[in-house]
Design a protein around this ligand. Sequence first.
Ligand SMILES: [Zn+2]
Length: 384
Amino acid sequence: MRTIDVRGGRILVGGETRHDARLTISDGRLRAIEPAAVGSDAAGDYVAIDLAGGWLLPGFIDTQVNGGGGVLFNNALGIEGLARIAAAHARFGTTALLPTLITDTAEAIEAALDAVDVAIAAGVPGIVGVHIEGPFINGTRKGIHDPALIRTLDRSIIDILCRPRRGVVMMTLAPEVVAVEDIAQLAAAGVILSAGHTDATYDEALAGFAAGITGVTHVFNAMSPLLHRAPGMVGAALSEAAIWCGIIADGVHVAPAALDIAFRSKGADRLMLVTDAMPSVGSDDDFFLLNGRRMTVEGGVCMGEDGTLAGAHLDMAQAVRTMCAATGADLPTVSRMASASPAAFLGMAQDRGTLSVGLRADFVVLDAALEPVQTWIGGIKVAG
Ligand SMILES: [Zn+2]
């Protein structure tokens, strides 16, 4: 049993903001949330946190993390690489993430699924599943994905994706290049499907949603745009109320005005901040290799040799700050886009995404400037 008294700032508990709290934690979960006591009357393991004018928020949940700490998941399909990626993002407040495999071979996809299984079994903090982004995407919207590896869906991959796993399995695909029966089969097997790298028409997008796609990957980027007579994937993503949209809030991938438009269209409960992070997050590296091709990191932007954006040099705390500035929304609202909304999308709202009794004790302490100070996963301090 651990008792943490939190004072000196604001604490987001459930949907409300408190000025102090006593958190009682056992087995990684919050057992009680009460007003902080005056002085330490708690027996056993006692911790006091002074927020110094800052905030304590639910830990961030990131559904799209290609790398961090100098490691690219595609290049390090094992537990050590996953631990380094998770630790790099924990420093910025992320307490749950999906390592994300950019379009790669069938062997790499299977190895990625297996590696995440091993990491979850071993209890690597912060790894909760895997995101397979491609290869069943539209080459005309490939972004940085290697066109030589983009292909049509085959039976053997469906079987690999549908095997039972310890964590969630999310897949980004283009609905116009995958048969609706295959989309339905993947969804029925529990694979969380997201439309991305897609040139779908509005109608093709709706058909994909009807077949079982529940999300849209980095909305606006690498997809058919919203034209007034051809609303495309962006139009479908913004207008379909049930669909969750990931969005890269770095101010580079999506202009601040478009971040605001997405927020006004979707609301905080269907928009999810993602980093699409590359190995440079939490590292000083200024280049990395993707499928053997050299990517550079310059001025906070990752790109290929032709200038194509190659994921983002972005952490979740920065995404939260950017979204606050772009939308004018208050921090409790933006926090939902970083925690509760992705938890709901992943089917994990009973475990994480808010600070509530019975849920996991995953939280981040931010200072008054919203810079991360401490991160706790399962009631254990992992950064700060
Ligand atoms: Zn992408």
